[in-house]
Ligand binder design. Structure first.
Ligand code: MN
Length: 209
């Protein structure tokens, strides 16, 4: 992502109640307006005191994190990751049944995982298996090969040289108001509001022509 300091929150690309009943209005309001805003504010505060890095894009702050001074490295890792992951997550959802995968993405998912149902089950296994807070991802390499990975906290697959296609937030704040401790129910409902148009676009852009 090409944004750099000073980072700003983007409005949700749909209404706060557009994903109901799968993801509730209160969940989206707190998650977007409070949790994401906090990551944006924290990242800006860190960079305010580190002018040398104010020109770095969000992507650079993440994949060049080892070049950052130690004093800000962990803060940038957590908060730039938090901004990056949440931008992708909110863009990655859409009202149920309003989008569909490209044939390119669907064919590759079927080839890789066996069927769309198998893919849904395997990503679920990863999402439920992420101990504590983190994310489960569908990622691609530059040749279009798909795989599923998980990351703890606000880490991203960028540092593994993998390109995000879709991701599910499994921090409790993503589902507690709707599902309390029931991460499996949240996952099943999140799967219904995947923005397949966006995932298809991301997948196409991951492949180096
Ligand atoms: Mn979150």
């Amino acid at each position: 992502m090409n944004q750099h300091y000073k980072f700003e929150i983007k409005p949700l690309p749909y209404a706060y109640d557009a994903l109901e009943p799968h993801i509730g209005k209160d969940t989206l309001t707190f998650h977007h307006d409070k949790h994401l805003q906090t990551y944006v504010d924290n990242l800006n505060k860190i960079l305010e005191g580190a002018p040398d890095y104010q020109g770095w894009t969000l992507d650079e702050l993440i994949y060049r994190q080892n070049e950052l001074p130690e004093s800000i490295r962990t803060g940038v890792r957590n908060n730039a990751g938090g901004v990056y992951n949440h931008f992708l997550y909110f863009d990655g959802m859409a009202p149920a049944s309003s989008t569909k995968p490209s044939s390119e993405l669907e064919n590759k998912i079927v080839e890789t995982f066996g069927s769309m149902d198998d893919f849904q089950a395997k990503l679920k296994q990863a999402a439920l298996g992420q101990f504590g807070s983190g994310w489960a991802w569908l990622v691609s390499d530059e040749y279009g090969n798909l795989s599923i990975v998980t990351t703890p906290n606000q880490d991203t697959p960028l540092t593994m040289n993998l390109c995000p296609v879709m991701l599910v937030d499994v921090w409790e704040h993503a589902y507690y108001l709707d599902y309390q401790n029931r991460r499996p129910d949240y996952y099943d409902n999140w799967f219904k509001v995947i923005n397949w148009d966006e995932a298809s676009k991301k997948y196409a852009s991951c492949i180096k022509k």
